[in-house]
Write a protein that binds this ligand. Structure first.
Ligand code: URA
Length: 209
């Protein structure tokens, strides 16, 4: 049988119940080397849900999503888009940090499709509970999880889509992952990349209802 979090997801649970249950998730192999599960942050009745890829090194240590460098950039972009960061529900497509140990460091490794698929029952349950107006998928991994298909950021970003999330009535919008913007810091395209992320978040906020 393929890996799946399905049997670990309690039916009818709220966000706190899901978070608690996720601590015992063995739906794929990523739980073992990780320090802990990183579930989500933000109000369970939010009108905007942001979905990232997976926790990074700092998120894994602290048990909270988007607290590292990419998360700080994201919070700045959320504020610049005129959104209160505390009003947004933040989560990830994959709930454990995938990394490769190298010389005493833990190097981020992009999740494989089977990790995204295995972890999807958590995101599905979160979206059922939160029932947001819009789900913003940050990057290709989040896009794959939210839309259930491969996505292309450059071609598809910034559009408000209806009926695009399987089994959810929330609207959806795909944009770049904040890490992709962060990697451009110091390069000529950085300002434009950051502005494009802010613009997409503004569009999402206006569509959230
Ligand atoms: N990147 C993500 O996609 N999620 C986090 O929580 C942190 C960094």
């Amino acid at each position: 049988m393929s890996d799946t979090a399905g049997p670990f997801v309690p039916e009818g649970a709220g966000i706190d119940g899901l978070r608690e249950a996720a601590t015992g998730c063995r739906g794929c192999e990523l739980w073992e080397p990780a320090s802990q599960v990183v579930f989500s942050a933000g109000p369970p009745a939010a009108s905007i849900v942001l979905v990232g890829e997976q926790p990074g090194d700092q998120e894994d240590r602290r048990g909270l999503p988007f607290v590292g460098p990419a998360g700080q950039l994201l919070v700045g972009a959320i504020k610049d888009a005129g959104i209160d960061p505390a009003a947004v529900y933040r989560t990830n497509a994959v709930k454990h940090f995938r990394f490769e140990p190298r010389g005493g460091r833990r190097i981020h490794k992009t999740p494989d499709v089977h990790h995204i698929t295995a972890c999807h029952p958590w995101l599905h349950a979160e979206l059922q509970v939160v029932a947001p107006g819009i789900v913003v998928a940050l990057g290709a991994t989040a896009g794959r999880s939210v839309f259930g298909r491969p996505v292309r950021i450059a071609a598809e970003r910034g559009a408000v889509l209806e009926g695009a999330i399987p089994d959810s009535s929330a609207k959806a919008l795909l944009t770049a992952h904040p890490s992709a913007v962060l990697r451009m810091r110091g390069e000529p395209g950085y300002d434009d990349a950051y502005a494009a992320l802010v613009a997409d978040l503004r569009i999402a906020s206006a569509a959230a209802g």
